[in-house]
Design a protein around this ligand. Structure first.
Ligand code: HEM
Ligand code: HEM
Ligand SMILES: *[C@@H]1O[C@H](CO)[C@@H](O)[C@H](O)[C@H]1NC(C)=O
Ligand SMILES: *[C@@H]1O[C@H](CO)[C@@H](O)[C@H](O)[C@H]1NC(C)=O
Ligand SMILES: *[C@@H]1O[C@H](CO)[C@@H](O)[C@H](O)[C@H]1NC(C)=O
Length: 435
């Protein structure tokens, strides 16, 4: 069924892909120096010299400043974040993980809790274990750090809640590989026993750890630094493949086959669109699988499951059309029905999953969401226009409302030709309507 000459659309597609890549230009806004206000507050509070300071823009905007007294292994820290004001409660956590990796389980945490309307600011130490991750009650407990001057305050000038403390680092903490973990949450349990409830489930919450080198003052080995560009590549490839090229191919197949614009080249263009869309989308999906494997300690089960369904059904779709149905009309009819139902479902599920991906990455409030919604509405608009035109034409041809559209007359010729058509055609009224 595939025409042998390579369709010229390939180079066109490449152009489209390249222009998309330039729309979603890469920027890495993750690591910033601390804000000046935060630094000046830190200086006012005994952190005159700084060993390390950083603002984690994409991790709840948490800012960390610390100073290591090298001879005594004494570490002064100040950790600040804007807890959501409109929420009534909130908590800010910061801790060190003595284990080999910067991860939640094992963290010895200092946590500050804000109760309703800032009535009370509570603070305590928490030993985060694998039971915490399983959802067991998280209550204060002694931790394996020698802490003094621990305080949780509100700095109204910055609108920040801030943890301040001085820690004597035990020998088991490697100063060149110190695993710091932080987190921001909203919900708390009973105030009396300082119980905490889980934080959010986006990358903003999962990227909140880093291994830092106190000798050089640099953070390194953080997941975001290594993979934020790869995540963007994953997103762009999926948006282009599943979200743009595939729907264009569907529009071509639906509207250029017969109604409203009969065009002999439609099959060639449909097949090349779906092939390119499938290859680009599958590459993006494979990058997603790789990313999911690379991030050992968290996952996005729904996004991943939808992704696997999209890949699986698209693959079936690609394999299926290789089948030559022979002459049997009945089989061809079922095959076409399957092809159409799976095709439209794929478009809808892809759209949902792309929005989920954008949400996971917290890109809702950037240009990503408007850009994608722009693509979707352009495609939907084109689809709708074709739909209206083709129904109009269909009604004209069928009932001969010549007064309404005199130009329909030449179509009688085309209608006569229909009888000799070979491939399984479907009238607009037979095809499932995309909603
Ligand atoms: C009631 C308290 C908490 C619960 C129930 C909880 C639960 C979880 C769960 C289930 C995940 C993994 C999600 C997944 O597998 O997809 C996770 C990840 C994470 N949590 Fe928590 N958490 C709590 C408190 C904390 C605190 C206090 C911190 C910081 C000190 C923290 C830091 C992190 C980090 C950095 C991750 C990313 C994955 C990792 O490093 O293991 N969490 N949390
Ligand atoms: C229909 C299109 C998409 C498919 C089929 C897809 C597929 C996948 C799959 C299979 C995973 C692995 C899930 C896991 O095991 O945790 C994944 C992860 C991910 N996807 Fe997508 N995805 C799509 C669109 C997007 C978009 C548009 C974005 C963002 C703009 C995005 C962002 C992410 C992120 C941030 C991860 C997690 C990476 C990590 O674990 O570090 N995805 N995706
Ligand atoms: C800061 O560093 C200077 C010189 O390195 C030192 O003289 C001073 O004592 C330090 N201040 C504190 C608070 O440690
Ligand atoms: C923290 O919890 C772990 C696991 O339950 C335990 O092995 C460890 O001794 C606890 N640490 C402290 C300081 O209580
Ligand atoms: C904690 O540090 C202080 C000051 O250096 C010291 O007096 C105290 O013994 C330490 N406590 C523990 C349990 O290490």
């Amino acid at each position: 069924m595939i025409e042998t000459s390579p369709p010229p659309s390939f180079s066109m597609m490449l152009l489209v892909i390249l222009s998309f890549l330039s729309i979603f230009s890469f920027t890495n806004t993750h690591a910033h120096h601390c804000s000046n206000d935060f630094l000046s507050e830190a200086k006012n509070r005994n952190l005159i010299n700084l060993t390390f300071s950083k603002r984690y823009m994409e991790s709840n905007g948490v800012e960390v400043a610390m100073y290591l007294h090298e001879n005594t292994r004494k570490l002064d820290i100040m950790v600040g974040a804007k807890l959501k004001e409109e929420e009534e409660t909130g908590w800010l956590a910061w801790g060190l993980n003595p284990g080999p990796e910067d991860r939640m389980v094992g963290t010895q945490a200092l946590i500050g809790i804000k109760t309703k309307n800032d009535e009370k600011l509570l603070k305590d130490t928490y030993n985060i274990t694998s039971y915490t991750k399983l959802g067991c009650q998280l209550l204060p407990s002694p931790i394996d750090l020698n802490i003094s001057n621990f305080n949780f305050i509100y700095i109204s000038k910055l609108k920040y809640h801030v943890i301040l403390a001085t820690i004597i680092l035990p020998m088991k903490y490697d100063l060149s590989r110190l695993n710091q973990v932080w987190q921001v949450g909203i919900n708390i349990g009973a105030v009396g026993n300082k119980e905490l409830k889980m934080h959010g489930k986006g990358l903003m919450n999962y990227d909140s750890s880093e291994t830092i080198n106190l000798w050089t003052g640099k953070g390194r080995g953080n997941r975001v630094h290594e993979s934020s560009k790869i995540r963007q590549v994953h997103g762009i490839l999926n948006i282009i493949g599943w979200g743009t090229v595939l729907p264009i191919g569907v529009i071509i197949a639906r509207n250029f086959r017969e109604f409203p614009l009969p065009w002999l080249g439609w099959r060639k263009y449909h097949i090349s669109c779906q092939t390119i869309g499938y290859l680009v989308g599958t590459t993006g999906w494979a990058v997603g699988i790789w990313l999911g494997k690379a991030s050992k300690y968290y996952s996005f089960p729904k996004h991943g499951t939808y992704g696997i369904f999209i890949f699986a059904f698209a693959t079936i779709q690609m394999l299926f059309f290789k089948f030559k149905p022979g002459d049997r009309d009945e089989f061809r009819m079922y095959r076409n029905m399957f092809h159409h139902v799976v095709g439209y479902s794929l478009l809808i599920v892809s759209c949902i999953n792309i929005l989920k991906g954008i949400h996971i990455m917290h890109l809702d409030y950037t240009y990503w969401k408007p850009a994608y919604l722009g693509i979707v509405s352009c495609l939907a608009f084109i689809f709708l226009v074709f739909e209206i035109v083709s129904w109009f034409k269909f009604v004209c041809d069928k009932f001969g409302f010549w007064i309404l559209c005199a130009k329909c007359i030449p179509n009688e010729e085309a209608n006569e030709k229909k009888g000799s058509r070979e491939d399984g055609r479907v009238q607009p009224s037979d095809t499932p309507i995309n909603n």
